[in-house]
Design a protein around this ligand. Sequence first.
Ligand code: NAD
Length: 294
Amino acid sequence: MTDIAFIGLGNMGGPMAANLVKAGHEVVGFDLVPASCDQARADGIAVAGSAQDSVRDAAIVITMLPAGKHVLSVWSDILSAVKPGTLVIDCSTIDVESARKAHAMAKEHDLASLDAPVSGGVGGAKGATLTFMAGGSAAAFAKAEPILSQMGKKVVHCGEAGAGQAAKICNNMILGISMIGVAEAFVLAEKLGLSHQALFDVASTSSGQCWSLTTYCPVPGPVPTSPANNDYKPGFAAALMLKDLKLAQEAALASGATTPLGAEAAQLYSLFNNAGHEGEDFSGIINFIRGRKS
Ligand code: NAD
């Protein structure tokens, strides 16, 4: 089985690395936080003393870090320590520009690389049901695909360097906008005396149908498994939604795309986060919208 180095053993990286162990790989990990390292050891991951030490024998290196600056800093640290022929994969959600810089750094070291952010959250990381969206060469994708499949249920090759991150932020911009749209419709329905269930029964089988309605319905009742039925515990935290909407706005600015609804969604989630709801599920925005004066 492949020797894999896994750097960033947090909420997502920890369970993802544990699934690689379960699949039979030798996994050497590294994280700055001692508690994450302890959990990783309990999951059968060998913890190295530094990022560089974790990668020396690896055939595949995976990073799962908070943001672009962390990925660029870790990659610049480790790339000189990896063996020739090693594939380096970043699964973090980061800005497209940093993702492309990371690919360029790998190329300078003659190494194949992939940006492969995920959708599916901590539940998907634990259950190995993530969706991976990958950017990079066809050869890099072909080598990564069997490994990524052991941590997820769907692996999509989206195109060249940065295409995975582009797909991720476009998808999550749709998600942020659609959740606000669904929330506004429920708030309007309440004012019009229409029950939540009646709106759900119609819209979920009509042209208003979408994931924010049918899987993550922001009012309790119609979809019993949605976070609205569990006091808006995440799920997908509002802080992460804001992060992704900001990345989409950065990319829109840099590429000259017009995204007025994406900008408005980023603004609303920014207000929601600043009001102290950053740890709530992002569908909790309905309560914020209902409480607004205009
Ligand atoms: P997290 O904060 O739980 O984990 C990140 C880990 O990286 C931390 O344990 C931290 O100590 C470690 N780290 C930071 N700098 C490091 C360094 N220099 N060397 C080694 N380790 C370092 O975050 P998370 O929830 O696991 O998210 C990771 C990435 O996945 C983020 O980019 C996030 O946007 C993305 N993501 C998260 C979710 C989710 O639901 N949590 C869903 C999809 C994508």
